[in-house]
Structure formats: C-alpha cells, structure tokens
Write a protein that binds this ligand. Structure first.
Ligand SMILES: Cc1ncc(COP(=O)(O)O)c(C=O)c1O
Length: 409
C-alpha cells in the first residue's frame, strides 16, 4: 500500500506526557503527573438528577442535534454566571465548543496558515503546541518571568519575525495559574500585552481554564475584558470548574471572527453534545456556581498548601531548588540545580513510586531539562506529603551522584 498519511498528520508527534503517563498508572505510584481535576469536585449526584430529568422529560430535545453556536440555555446561564466577573456578554459572542481543546483546534483552523507565527509562552500547555504544529504554525517561544511572559523579549521577537518577512498572527497566553508553571500574569503585563497586540495588529488567544480557581490573592481582570476591538478570543473550559467529562467550553469572540469560527465548528462536529450542555446549564442555574467554586477552591488550597509545606520540609536546602507558589489552579513548577536532568531522573522516581512531568516537554526548543511540573490536584494531603518525601529523596540522590561525577572527572 502507498503511504496514505497526509503531510500534516505525518508531522504530528505523540505527546511525551501521554507516553510517560502510561508509566505512572501503575498501582502504588503517587503521581503528580496528570493535570486531571480532582474527582471529588465533580457534582455527580446533581448531574445524575438533572440527566435523569432531562432524559425522561425532554429526551426529544436533548438527544437531538443542536445549534452549532451552542444551546441557548447554556449560553444564557454562562452569561449570568460571568457578569459579576467583569464580562458583560451577549449570546452572539459565545460559541460552545467540545471543550477548550476543540477551541484551540478551531482557532488554528480559522486563523493559521502554514508558516504563520504564533507567539507562545515558554513553558506552555503542551497540547496547544501540538495543535499549532499540526497546522504548521511557526511557534516562537517567549520566556516566562515570575509575573508572566517577558514582554521585552516578545517585542524583540516581533520585530525580528517582521524583519524576516514572516506573517504574524497571534499571541497564545494562559494568564491565570498557567499550565504548567502556575504563574499568573500581572495586571501591568495584561495591559501592555493588549497594547502590543493592538499596535502590531495581532490576535490574542487567551486560554483561561483556571482563572475561577483562585484560592489566594485578588482576582485580576481577563485580557478579554479590557479589549474594545474584539482582537482577544477567550477560552473558558468547564473541565476544571464542573467536570472534564462534560467536554464543554465557552469561546468568547466577536464578529467577523465569530462568524468564521462558527463555520469552522460546523464543519468539525456540527454541534457539541446537547445533553451535556443541558446538564451544565441547569447545574449553573439551579445549584449556582459560586458555592460550588468556593468548595473547589477550598479543596485545591489545602492540597497546594500540603505540597508547598512538604517541599519546604523535605527538599534539600541550599541547593538552589526553587518552586512557584501558585495562587490558584492545579500546578506548581520546580526548578532543580543546573545539570540535573528530570528526564534522566524519571525512571529513578518511578522506582521510588513517585511521578511528575519532565520540564522539557513544555518547551519547543529543548529548554527545561532541569525543571518539572507537579500537579497537586489528585491524592489526599497525606499522599501529597508522602509523594514529595519520595521525590526529595530521589532529587537528593541525583544531586549527590552529579557531585560525585564532577569530582571524578
Ligand atoms: C491551558 C489549557 N488549555 C486547554 C486545556 C484543555 O482542556 P479541555 O479540552 O478539557 O477544555 C487544558 C487542560 O488541561 C489546559 O491546561
């Protein structure tokens, strides 16, 4: 047989994380690897009641095809939920997608031609990089500071890319409790990023799965809420605030961009599941999001505190090991001394029955070898402490062995 695989698909790589995650699924491993929301936060009983009612009472509607734009009940429920959070939206500005991953796919299909430049944070969300690669985007990595993307470097990269004749399209950012670093972009940077996008005529893809999961500090406005031109497209998934299995997200965009996105979505899957849209809509309207979110924040705050306390207790002091202190979300980012390679160390961590994601997987340019992402969402506080104890032991042994090698060479 001939090779039938398209040029586009043959360039697609398997996710390094998915391959490593297979190793972490063994029993008795404490895994900080997956970015999964905590199952105890899923409102499953309420969903069961709503689903039974919908399926018995309204099956001819919820088991039918729906509008490509998304069910009006869900869009209206989301509008009411988001209004107090600084987003005053109309139903025409919302597109329901089959979760944010489809949103990223639609943005790429709608706006990226091969070779077009998209500026991404480094490190960033791996599956967004995979999608941008599938659409043959030229991904330019912009390093992260403690308060978000380094905008001086962004400006420099924009000028260089322009000078070399490239077509610049968009900036992809995860401003709140970023995956993977846990870093939040400051208000000053949000304002300046939008000003840069205006001046350079770029779109901003603002991917915000974690903004509602703030458990410390003061909320910051979304970049979208500061945009008066419709150049920021916001993705708000329900995966982390309700349940990942609903496969639902809300994309916020204005015309004429929205019109293109709706057409692209229609060609992709006609519509998202009406049943899960109705479950989400009725949960938001009838049970209320604020109380639910408060209990999720409480859950992740305790887990984040347990992880930071364990890092402080067990990680060797005076070796220059640092970690971020996220004010929300699911992740923190650990930087080990230069020369320690978290990929090389990984099998030894698995031997000690603890897992993480290697830092390198979140960069496009080979950086991050001494870094790793830890997710604190799964497991009890006791398991988190035990996992960090094991990880610290592995790190200690790795540092000692590197020092020994240095002496011998
Ligand atoms: C930054 C970011 N964007 C998008 C997604 C995709 O989420 P979903 O497709 O479940 O909405 C994730 C999931 O972890 C994420 O971290």
């Amino acid at each position: 047989m001939r090779n039938f695989v398209s040029r586009r698909a043959s360039g697609a790589k398997r996710s390094a994380i998915r391959e490593l995650l297979k190793l972490t699924e063994k029993p008795d491993i404490i895994s900080f690897a997956g970015g999964l929301p905590a199952p105890e936060t899923f409102p499953h009983d309420e969903f069961a009641e709503i689903a039974a009612d919908e399926l018995r009472g309204h099956y001819e509607n919820v088991l039918q095809y729906g509008l490509t734009e998304g069910s009006l009940t869900l869009r209206r429920a989301v509008i009411d939920w988001l209004r107090p959070h600084g987003l005053d939206l109309t139903t025409e500005q919302l597109l329901v997608t089959t979760a944010s991953q489809q949103g990223i796919d639609l943005l790429s299909k709608a706006f990226i031609d091969p070779g077009d430049v998209i500026f991404c944070e480094a490190p960033t969300y791996l599956a967004a990089l995979q999608t941008f690669s599938l659409f043959e985007a030229d991904k330019i990595a912009i390093p992260m500071d403690d308060d978000g993307m380094n905008l001086d470097i962004l400006e420099k990269e924009i000028q260089e890319a322009r000078a070399s004749g490239k077509t610049l399209k968009a900036i992809y950012t995860i401003p709140d409790f970023q995956n993977p670093s846990g870093i939040t972009m400051s208000l000053e940077k949000r304002t300046r990023l939008l000003a840069i996008a205006k001046r350079e005529d770029l779109l901003i893809f603002e991917d915000d799965p974690y903004g509602q999961l703030r458990f410390a500090g003061d909320p910051l406005p979304s970049i979208r809420s500061m945009d008066d031109e419709g150049r920021v497209i916001l993705l708000l998934t329900l995966s982390k605030v309700l349940a990942a299995g609903l496969r639902l997200a809300i994309m916020v965009a204005d015309n004429p961009l929205m019109d293109v996105l709706v057409r692209v979505k229609q060609a992709s899957d006609l519509c998202s599941s009406k049943l899960t849209q109705h479950i989400a809509a009725r949960y938001i309207k009838e049970y209320g999001m604020e109380e639910h979110l408060e209990s999720i924040r409480h859950c992740y705050r305790a887990k984040r505190n347990a992880m930071i306390a364990a890092l402080e207790k067990y990680m060797p002091a005076d070796e220059g090991i640092t970690w971020t202190r996220p004010e929300g979300g699911l992740f923190l980012w650990v930087r080990l001394p230069e020369g320690i390679d978290t990929e090389e160390m990984f099998p030894r961590a698995i031997e000690q029955k603890v897992a993480y994601v290697i830092g390198n997987a979140f960069y496009t340019d080979g950086r991050g070898r001494n870094e790793m992402r830890l997710s604190f969402s799964l497991g009890t506080e006791e398991e988190i402490e035990e996992g960090i104890r094991r990880l610290a032991q592995v790190v200690r042994a790795e540092i000692a062995s590197k020092k020994k090698q240095a002496v011998l060479s």
